[in-house]
Design a protein around this ligand. Sequence first.
Ligand code: FMN
Length: 171
Amino acid sequence: MIAVIYGSTTGNTSDTATKLQQQIGDDKVELFDVKDVGLDALEYFTHIIFALPTWDYGEIQEDWKDVWDDIDDVDFSDKTVAFVGLGDQYSYAEWFQDAMGMLHDKVAERGASIIGHWPASGYDFEGSKALTADKEYFVGLALDDDCEPELSEQRISDWCAIIEAEFAKAA
Ligand SMILES: Cc1cc2nc3c(=O)[nH]c(=O)nc-3n(C[C@H](O)[C@H](O)[C@H](O)COP(=O)(O)O)c2cc1C
């Protein structure tokens, strides 16, 4: 089983979590809203997808703020983790997907195996904390339901194929 742990202020990331579940399979994915259950799922799952939007010029989404310090106490060394970020590349071009990068860095420091890097080509932005060191990839799936909603379905489908194979290898 995969835990999708998400936070969402205006519903886009919540909808994305449901789409991930539909894409991978209802019987293989459980959804956890950080606002309701915090990080409790981390105790029971080794395969995790964290999904979060960036808000307010490079900030993590508000529900993630409540659990942010608790992440420091989690040992991720037995966990395989993928990330999904929501952002707006045109209106917030200097901070596109920053929150995904900030969460990734925290989780990677605590020993997680990270999967699901995603090509950064095909997006138009100025800066992002969610890029890999070579700037060729995002550290997870970057979705932009504000400017490119029509691309999200295919992106989700392509990315899920990648992470399903990688989760299977990690099993
Ligand atoms: C006030 C405001 C600030 C935002 N700041 C950023 C930002 O700094 N970087 C970014 O990539 N997207 C930013 N966004 C876009 C949101 O991440 C995007 O709308 C996302 O889909 C919201 O997800 P949610 O509906 O799950 O809360 C911002 C949106 C708003 C309305």
